[in-house]
Design a protein around this ligand. Structure first.
Ligand SMILES: [Fe+2]
Length: 376
C-alpha cells in the first residue's frame, strides 16, 4: 500500500471513530457535577466560574433570591453551592438556611471575610455548612476545597443508596416471611396480607401519619408470626379445638413478641403484634389489658383480623357476607373493639366490601411499603 493510501485509510478510521469519541465526551460531560455559585460581585463570580468550569457544570446567580429560583428549577441536579455572605436582599446564611431543609444533601460553602464571625456561627447553626472559603482565595486552594466537598457529596449519596437498598431488602424479607406464614396455614390463605390491607384502610381513615402507618403495615404482615411455633396439625384442624389446643394457639401472641423484639427497629411492631388479641373490655389475651392500655395499632389489627376471620372461607364453612361481618363488628364496639375505630370502620365499610373482590390490587393501592421500597 502506498503511503498516501495508508493515510487515507487512517483518516477513514479516525472518521469512523469520531462518534465513539463524541459519545465518550458526552458521557464525561454527563458525569460532571453541577455547582451553583451565588455572588453579587461580578468579578468574583467570573473568577469562580473560570476556576471551576473545566471540571464542573456551573450555574450562577447574582443574589439569594435569584439563586432560590435557580434551585427551584435545578435543585435535584445541584451537588454543591458556593455562596457569598454579604449580598443585597438576602445574606448568604439566610439563603443557605433556606436550601438546607429541602436539599439536605447539597454541600454548602460560604465565602466570607475573617471578620464575619457572626455569619460563621450562623452558618454552623442553621446551614450545616461544609466549609468556609476565606476571601481572598487562591484558585488552586479553592479547587482542592471543592474537590473535598464533591467527595463528601458522593459519599452521602452512596450511603443513602445503601440505606435504601437495605430497607428494600428488609421489606422484601418481611413480605416473604408473611407469605410463608400465610402458606403454613392452608385454611387462612392470604390472611396476613388481607389483615394488613384492612389495617391500612382503617389507619388512613384515622388520619395517622405515614411513618406510623408504615410501622402498622409491618405489624400487619407479621402479626401472626408467633404461629411459626404452633404445630400445623392444630393450626389446620378443621373441627373444634380442645382446651389444650386452644391454649397452644393463644401462645402465638406472646411468641410474636419474643421473635420480633430481637430484631433491631421492630420493638414497636413486636409489642403491637403481641397485643392483637387483647379486647377493649380487658377479656382478651395474653395479658388482659383493656381500652387505651392496648396500643392503637393493636386495636386496629384486632378489627382487621376479626373481619378477615369472618369473611374468608374455611374448609368447613364459607366466609360470611360482608354485611353480616359489618353488623357483628358494630355489635362488638365497646366490648371487643375500640368504639372510635369501629366508627372509622363503619365510615369505610364500602371500601372493605369492594376490596374483598380483589384484595391484592387494593393492597398495592394502600401499601406504604410498596410505594417506598418496591422496585419495579
Ligand atoms: Fe392472631
Amino acid at each position: 500500500m502506498v503511503l498516501a493510501e495508508q493515510f487515507q485509510t487512517d483518516d477513514n478510521n479516525l472518521e469512523k471513530l469520531k462518534p465513539v469519541f463524541e459519545a465518550a465526551e458526552k458521557d464525561k460531560e454527563k458525569e460532571k457535577h453541577t455547582i451553583l455559585i451565588v455572588d453579587d460581585e461580578i468579578n468574583n463570580l467570573q473568577l469562580l466560574k473560570r476556576t471551576l468550569r473545566k471540571n464542573f457544570h456551573i450555574l450562577t446567580a447574582g443574589d439569594g433570591k435569584e439563586a432560590l429560583e435557580v434551585i427551584e428549577r435545578e435543585g435535584h441536579n445541584i451537588s454543591l453551592i458556593i455562596s457569598d455572605q454579604r449580598m443585597p436582599r438576602m445574606t448568604g446564611t439566610e439563603f443557605l438556611a433556606n436550601v438546607t431543609e429541602k436539599y439536605p444533601n447539597i454541600i454548602k460553602m460560604l465565602l466570607t471575610g475573617y471578620s464575619d464571625i457572626e455569619a460563621m456561627i450562623d452558618g454552623v447553626n442553621k446551614c450545616k455548612l461544609f466549609q468556609y472559603i476565606p476571601k481572598p482565595f487562591e484558585p488552586d486552594e479553592l479547587e482542592m476545597i471543592i474537590q473535598h466537598g464533591i467527595e463528601a457529596y458522593e459519599l452521602t449519596l452512596s450511603k443513602n443508596t445503601l440505606l435504601q437498598d437495605l430497607k428494600e431488602l428488609f421489606f422484601t424479607t418481611i413480605k416473604s416471611i408473611s407469605s410463608a406464614l400465610d402458606a403454613k396455614d392452608t385454611y387462612t390463605h392470604g390472611h396476613s396480607h388481607r389483615v394488613t390491607l384492612f389495617s391500612l384502610i382503617l389507619s388512613k381513615e384515622l388520619n395517622l401519619e405515614e411513618s406510623f402507618i408504615e410501622e402498622i403495615e409491618t405489624a400487619g404482615l407479621l402479626h401472626d408470626i408467633g404461629k411459626i411455633g404452633v404445630s400445623e396439625s392444630i393450626l389446620c384442624k378443621a373441627g373444634k379445638l380442645s382446651d389444650e389446643e386452644y391454649e397452644s394457639i393463644k401462645e402465638h401472641a406472646p411468641k410474636a413478641k419474643k421473635i420480633l423484639s430481637s430484631i433491631p427497629g421492630l420493638s414497636n411492631v413486636a409489642l403491637w403484634a403481641s397485643c392483637h388479641h387483647e379486647r377493649w373490655d380487658g377479656r382478651g389475651y395474653p395479658n388482659g389489658i383493656m381500652s387505651k392500655e392496648i396500643p392503637l395499632p393493636s386495636r386496629i389489627l384486632a378489627i382487621a383480623d376479626t373481619y378477615d376471620a369472618m369473611t374468608s372461607n374455611r374448609s368447613y364453612r364459607k366466609g360470611l357476607p360482608h354485611e353480616v361481618a359489618l353488623e357483628e363488628i358494630k355489635n362488638c364496639a365497646d366490648t371487643q373493639f375500640d368504639p372510635e375505630i369501629v366508627k372509622a370502620f363503619v365510615k369505610v365499610e364500602s371500601i372493605f366490601k369492594e376490596s374483598l373482590e380483589n384484595p391484592v390490587a387494593y393492597y398495592d393501592k394502600y401499601s406504604v411499603l410498596n410505594k417506598k421500597y418496591k422496585k419495579n
